[in-house]
Design a protein around this ligand. Structure first.
Ligand code: AQP
Length: 338
């Protein structure tokens, strides 16, 4: 049986938070067991909004270290840095030239982020979904684990591959690019902000209290959960649209405690917030503790970390260069070995 290929990544735009872990990385750790997996740190995406050059390299290494600390195993997956694989930028250009402008104008994330950045919106931010399509298509990914928020971008990658490349340039039945499928994992698919549960937890939220960082000290976690927005009802429950905070915090609790949704809902159904919050705090701190320990080991001596990245980069280059060559030849560029 051939293994399915998986690809995903996180932007090194700041300290990773519970949303990145519960909604993404935690699932990748399971997926690496039965799939050929590629996980990248998408630093080219990180510069689509204004960034601090003094922090980018540090955040890039720290994101890769957190992948490993969360359980990604270099013997089972390739971990690499997007900017070190030049095929990503090159394929992005080729795809730009076939992607209709009006497809891009529909992208919700662009509209939301553009609002946040006012006059300072780059062409790179507009082009973000095409770069993401290049990331995915380069690796012939079968499945792309994404949060709900990224579903539209994956749809775009599918449309570019199918309608703008395969149907235009394939000779015979053989597809040039593999059309990927989204893999949306429901539990934890969207972790919301602690200060406003109508918005997702995000690295770029200016309010630090809105998120729990994977590297936050226990005292900080305690404070953030203590201040997290609640309501005046007794008893935690899932799925009540009037109570987004209860849904969000119970969701987090059900995962970090390891209890799962049914048991967590049962345990907390008659609990007041005063009793629930310390429980959530303890479960969160215990879940994050082993990640922090492994992270600190990897960052204090970076030899192993850098070796793992180099291995991942080599494998990523090998696979991505083949796809790029195939596409360039199909769309009419002169062969390199003529
Ligand atoms: N709140 C979240 N809940 C569930 N999953 C989430 N992800 C991000 N936030 C949540 C998932 O994490 C992966 C990597 O995300 P990213 O950092 O590349 O981009 P993002 O989705 O834009 O995350 P942020 O934190 O909001 O970053 P900034 O603020 O820099 O834009 C993705 O699979 C994503 O679904």
């Amino acid at each position: 049986m051939t293994l399915k290929r998986i690809l995903s990544g996180v932007q090194p735009t700041g300290d990773l938070h519970l949303g990145n872990w519960l909604g993404a990385i935690r699932n990748w750790v399971d997926l690496q067991e039965d799939n050929e997996s590629f996980f990248c740190v998408v630093d080219l995406h990180a510069i689509t909004v204004p960034h601090d050059p003094n922090k980018l390299a540090k955040n890039t290494l720290s994101t890769a270290a957190l992948y490993l600390a969360c359980g990604m195993d270099p013997a089972k997956c390739s971990i690499f840095i997007q900017s070190q694989i030049s095929a990503h930028s090159e394929l992005c250009w080729l795809l730009n030239c076939v992607t209709p402008f009006n497809w891009m104008e529909r992208m919700i994330q662009f509209k939301e982020k553009a609002k946040k950045h006012g006059d300072n919106v780059s062409i790179g931010l507009f082009d973000y979904p095409v770069l993401m399509a290049a990331d995915i298509l380069l690796y012939d990914a079968d499945l792309v684990p994404v949060g709900e928020d990224q579903k539209q971008h994956l749809e775009l990658a599918r449309d570019i591959a199918q309608q703008r490349i395969n149907s235009r340039f394939s000779q015979g039945d053989k597809a040039i690019l593999k059309v990927p499928k989204p893999l949306i994992i429901k539990e934890g698919a969207k972790i919301m902000s602690l200060t406003d549960a109508r918005n997702k937890m995000s690295k770029s939220d200016s309010n630090e209290g809105s998120r729990i960082g994977l590297l936050d000290e226990p005292e900080i976690i305690k404070k953030k959960i203590k201040r997290a927005k609640t309501d005046s009802e007794i008893g935690l429950e899932f799925g009540n649209p009037e109570r987004p905070e209860a849904n969000n915090l119970l969701s987090i609790y059900s995962i970090v405690s390891g209890l799962g949704r049914d048991k967590a809902a049962q345990e907390c159904s008659e609990m007041g917030w005063g009793q629930f919050k310390p429980l959530l705090t303890d479960a969160t701190i215990s879940a994050i503790k082993p990640i922090q320990k492994k992270y600190n080991d990897l960052i204090s001596d970076q030899t192993e970390l850098k070796k793992i990245i180099q291995q991942g980069n080599s494998r990523a280059k090998e696979v991505s260069n083949q796809t790029l060559k195939r596409l360039k030849e199909s769309i009419g560029f002169i062969k390199e070995d003529y």
